[in-house]
Ligand binder design. Structure first.
Ligand code: DOR
Ligand code: ZN
Length: 475
């Protein structure tokens, strides 16, 4: 006898975990997974959904998006950004703090939480801005529910000032004690600023000048320095958008030393190269830049051997006008990605580049683990939130910027053929995208995931040298 009635049973799909693909049905109740197993073992349900022939994945967790809200509604907002995510099989995003005003105080954070909760179709976390001016705000930002911190070692869109090394060390000291992870835009600001100034003075303003201002050493130096400061303080760090083969050595060496350092890359560093620059001039401009082709293979290898933990997108929407200006120094850097990451990566699964289990590991399982959300998020297990991407691996599709949900409507992916497409997306048991159609009533369904985050206990190092303990001892 079975006393429980499920809200929904998704029947006869191929359920994907990091280790295996199993033929199974999934019962969902109150937004969580109640049971997974043989269809005959499922409880009675108010509703059933046939997933025969489809793969059932934990929804992707994209720990790197810019939804521009508040501040730049013409580029994106929480409604359009999360609609794009829903179409991309993404059930949770972490939003970056370079909005207006930047997310650097508890009050601004609270206001952003409200905006997001009113508009989001999917779940979210909000980064707090970490820099020289916000060190003192760290405890209040943690209390206010940041998912983690973002520190801009190098300048990019939004012109957030980059802390110098002294301030960066102090930032790491303070955040180390909280146990939160710090995501890093790891590019050396001094090198970039100097080179850009000299290039501009020489009147060089073609798109390759952008690349010339940010050679790989800019990233390698920043990753290496950040790893040393993290090792010293015990701060947890996450290296965003790894773009070069050269960054892999300091990343791997730091991991081998036991530094709590994780890495991320994005589809554009795996699939685009300088060979694409003339095809989509300006549109492809992003920080860090898309690089020479020889970087692709080592980054793939690192993603597959686990040196790079996460595939994310750096979804950075701008308008066609902002992307196609003649002077590269005035072009807004970045392009949308939250909607196309999964189809692009599933195309690689179909091509034999990796298994679908590998994909789930880097898109859902790893991000959930490193951000303290596992197994509520990033897993299809009894008790997990029913955050699900139902994908058709055999479905072909051409990416068309004009048809995307993002307000940006311009990317280097326009016209690209993919094979493997999310067809339905559920967040906490509710369809937010069904049959490639947005469920508009789910606007406002998204919730901040900071309430379920459990980071491991902090491991602070060299506390006796921290500015705080020294000034406390003398006061
Ligand atoms: O190209 C980029 N655009 N890189 C970043 O780091 C920021 C982003 C944006 O916000 O537009
Ligand atoms: Zn970014």
């Amino acid at each position: 006898m079975n006393a429980v009635t499920a809200d929904l049973v998704i029947r006869n799909g191929k359920v994907v975990s990091p280790d295996a693909v199993i033929e199974a049905s999934i019962a969902i109740k109150d937004g969580r997974i109640l049971a997974i197993g043989a269809d005959s073992a499922m409880p009675p349900a108010k509703e059933t959904f046939d997933a025969t022939g489809l793969h059932i994945l934990p929804g992707a967790i994209d720990d790197h998006v810019h939804f521009r809200d508040p501040g730049y509604p013409h580029k994106e907002d929480w409604e359009s950004g999360t609609a794009a995510a829903a179409f991309g099989g993404v059930t949770c995003v972490f939003d970056m703090p370079n909005t207006i005003p930047p997310t650097g105080t508890a009050e601004i954070l609270a206001a952003k939480h409200e905006i997001a909760a009113a508009k989001a179709h999917i779940d979210f976390g909000l980064y707090g801005l970490l820099g020289d001016d916000t060190i003192a705000n760290v405890p209040a930002l943690v209390d206010g529910g940041v998912i983690g911190f973002k520190l801009y070692m190098g300048n990019t869109f939004g012109k957030i000032p980059s802390p110098d090394t002294g301030a960066t060390l102090e930032c790491f000291e303070v955040v180390a004690a909280t146990g939160k992870r710090i995501s890093l835009h790891a590019e050396n600001n001094d090198i970039m600023e100097r080179r850009q100034k000299r290039l501009m003075a020489a009147g060089i303003r073609d798109q390759f000048a952008h690349l010339a201002a940010r050679p790989p050493v800019v990233a390698v130096e920043a990753v290496s320095r950040a790893a040393i400061l993290a090792e010293w303080t015990g701060a947890r760090i996450h290296v965003l958008h790894i773009s070069t083969a050269d960054e892999l050595r300091p990343l791997r060496e730091a991991k081998a030393r036991g530094v709590d350092i994780t890495g991320e890359t994005c589809p554009h560093y795996l699939m685009l190269s300088t060979e694409d620059y003339t095809r989509v001039p300006g549109v492809i401009a992003v920080n860090p830049p898309v690089r020479e082709k020889h970087n692709q293979e080592p980054i793939w290898q690192a993603l597959l051997d686990g040196s790079i933990d996460v595939i994310a997108t750096d979804h950075a929407p701008h308008t066609p006008e902002e992307k196609t200006r003649n002077d590269i120094w005035t072009v807004d850097c970045g392009f949308p990605g939250v909607e196309t990451q999964m189809p692009l990566m599933l195309t690689e699964v179909n091509a034999g580049r990796m298994t679908i289990c590998d994909y789930v590991r880097m898109s859902a399982y790893n991000p959930a683990r490193i951000w303290g959300l596992y197994p509520r998020k990033g897993a299809l297990l009894p008790g997990s939130d029913a955050d699900i991407a139902i994908v058709d691996l055999s479905r072909t599709h051409a990416i068309r910027d004009a048809e995307t949900q993002s307000r940006s409507k311009i990317s280097p992916w326009d016209g690209r053929a993919v094979k493997g497409l999310p067809i339905h997306t559920l967040v906490r048991g509710r369809f937010v995208m069904k049959d490639r159609t947005l469920v508009t009533e789910t606007k406002g369904w998204g919730r901040s995931v900071h309430t379920i985050q459990k980071m491991p206990k902090p491991t602070v190092r060299h506390a006796e040298h921290s500015m705080q303990s020294i000034t406390n001892a003398r006061s």
